[in-house]
Design a protein around this ligand. Structure first.
Ligand code: ADP
Length: 540
């Protein structure tokens, strides 16, 4: 027997029309790549997204077509999120931080038909255009006054001309909620990037999940500034979560330096923000130097990479911001876990509470997870056993876009994250490593992340990486690779001694090497495959 409720498909356009109608005068403020701030409302976002959908129709875009963006967080990018997905096409957000060959690969793999880009990326697009034959039109996200004289090989279109020429009376089509809505390629450290193809349904369910009190906890009284880029994993779902809750949105455009961010936090009354650890390190250093405090900022999310405990402590104690550690990946839309305490933790000492807060957190509703050993046997939730982390749920990837290995991903009904983790009896998950990076010493596993976090806590260490190097007796042993701060004098012996009493003796790295810099992926994560190549043939 079926329920007798209205069968209205979940659609992204519904979020937009909700905000345009019920939060019509709530503001969206953007720092523009052309300079200056742009300010309008959800009502205007609704109107302009409908105009854009008319323009896309006129350009011949059909349902299921991929339409690409190469853009900062601005109101125009937001219009593309809604205009493209709303009409039933696929909004393919491209991450400009990927390597050039990867960009060429994904545009051709996705067969993008149109590509919308910010002025900043004109030099990049000039190089891409000849190599991307599927792209029929290249649209500059600007107005006529800012159109540059370009020796562009194909005709450039002007976004403002396209949009303003259209009427605003567009009727969003109704279609199956499982229709593809947007596409994001994961950077991948070894293989070619792989496309995660989100649906209207997965996006809507993820937006509800993101809104929950133990997740982002945002309301119509919040002012939200996503530092996480809209060009990668949909800025952690904030562009959808904000209209669902009627939050004021502040979009930082290309201004991701600490001074520009701090200015927006203060002038726009921001209460909630989200970003990766590197950004927060920069902001912390800036605020310490200038002796600044926040007036309105109350909560922030840190994720995308393991957050060193020292950073969590500094924001909480020095700047009075509740900082929540979160874990996720492109394949999980991306939110998987967020760390907030349960009632039972409130009786614990501050140090004990803090130990919980450094973990990646509890599964949000919509995500189920487990850890398994090498034989795929489930491991206990004791906070000690660690194994491969597997997840499943309605906003977890089932198959990569145009995969060469259909059915491979979730044959078991679970997605293998490639992360290694523990889960404690209260359900708090802690990442100990990427499965490729875990160090296997004498049949036991050593967490490279834990060793790195300890090294970074040393006042003279700027950055640290720990990799497993072949060892005749133990099969692998940890090697600590360190970038020292300018003028630091700390010796290798002192760094090794710094581990005493903090980890089991057999976890202590066997050796330390100093380098000027560490290799990173296009998205700023440590590129350990390269580091292992750099140290190939190393002997302790
Ligand atoms: P990429 O940036 O490589 O395209 P994602 O953004 O999807 O891919 O990155 C997902 C990966 O980032 C996770 O599998 C995990 O290894 C790492 N990650 C994300 N959040 C955290 C966190 N809070 N702590 C540790 N690692 C994290």
């Amino acid at each position: 027997m079926l329920g007798l409720m209205m069968n209205e498909p979940l659609r992204i356009a519904g979020l937009l029309e909700y905000a345009a109608k019920w939060h019509a005068d709530t503001e969206i403020v953007s720092r523009m790549p052309e300079g200056g701030l742009h300010r309008y409302t959800y009502a205007s976002l609704g109107q302009r997204s409908r105009q854009l959908a008319n323009a896309l129709t006129e350009l011949g875009v059909r349902r299921g077509d991929r339409v690409a963006t190469l853009a900062w967080n601005t109101h125009r990018h937001l219009e593309l999120y809604y205009g493209i997905s709303g009409m039933g096409a696929v909004c393919h957000t491209i991450n400009p931080r990927l390597f050039f060959e990867q960009l060429v690969y994904i545009i051709n793999h996705a067969e993008d038909r149109l590509l919308f880009f910010d002025l900043t990326f004109l030099p990049l697009v000039e190089k891409l255009a000849p190599l991307c034959p599927t792209v029929e039109s290249w649209v500059l996200l600007t107005d006529r006054a800012h159109l540059p004289d370009s020796s562009f090989p194909v005709a450039l279109r002007c976004y403002e001309d396209l949009v303003t020429a259209q009427a605003a009376d567009y009727q969003w089509p109704v279609f199956d909620e499982n229709t593809a809505s947007s596409l994001c390629y994961t950077s991948g450290t070894t293989d070619q990037p792989k496309g995660v193809l989100y649906s209207h349904r997965s996006t809507l369910l993820h937006s509800y999940a993101a809104s929950l009190p133990d997740c982002f906890n945002c309301s119509a009284r919040d002012v939200v500034l996503p530092v996480v880029p809209m060009f990668h994993v949909n800025a952690w779902g904030i562009p959808y979560m904000a209209p669902l809750n009627g939050c004021k949105l502040v979009l930082p455009g290309p201004g991701l330096d600490a001074a520009s961010l701090y200015e927006l936090y203060e002038t726009e009354g921001v209460t909630f923000t989200a970003g990766v650890p590197t950004i927060w390190f920069g902001l912390l250093t800036f605020m310490r130097e200038k002796k600044l405090q926040f007036t309105t900022l109350r909560r922030m999310i840190v994720g995308g990479a393991s957050c060193p405990p020292a950073l969590l402590k500094a924001f909480d104690e020095e700047l009075g911001v509740e900082i929540r550690h979160a874990w996720g990946m492109s394949e999980t839309s991306p939110l998987g876990t967020v760390c907030t305490l349960k009632t039972k933790h409130l009786q614990l000492s501050e140090d004990e509470q803090f130990a919980v807060q450094t973990k990646q957190g509890r599964a949000i509703f919509g995500i189920d997870m487990k850890i398994v050993d090498d034989e795929d046997q489930e491991l206990p939730h004791d906070g000690i056993a660690f194994g491969d982390l597997l997840v499943r749920g309605p906003f977890v990837v089932a198959e990569y876009f145009r995969s060469n290995h259909p059915g491979e991903l979730t044959r078991s009904g679970w997605f293998r994250t490639g992360d290694v983790a523990t889960i404690d009896p209260d359900g708090f998950m802690q990442i100990t490593d990427r499965s490729k990076d875990v160090i296997k010493s004498g049949g036991e596993w050593i967490s490279s992340i834990e060793l790195e976090n300890l090294a970074i806590a040393h006042p003279q260490v700027a950055e640290a990486a720990v990799i497993g190097m072949p060892h005749p007796k133990w099969s692998e042993r940890p090697l600590l690779v360190v970038v020292r701060k300018p003028e630091a004098t700390v010796s290798k012996e002192e760094l090794l001694a710094f581990y005493d009493g903090k980890v089991a003796t057999w976890w202590k790295p066997d050796a330390v090497e100093f380098v000027d810099q560490l290799p990173h992926t296009a998205t700023g994560k440590l590129l350990k495959t390269q580091l292992r190549k750099d140290f190939a043939g190393y002997s302790f």
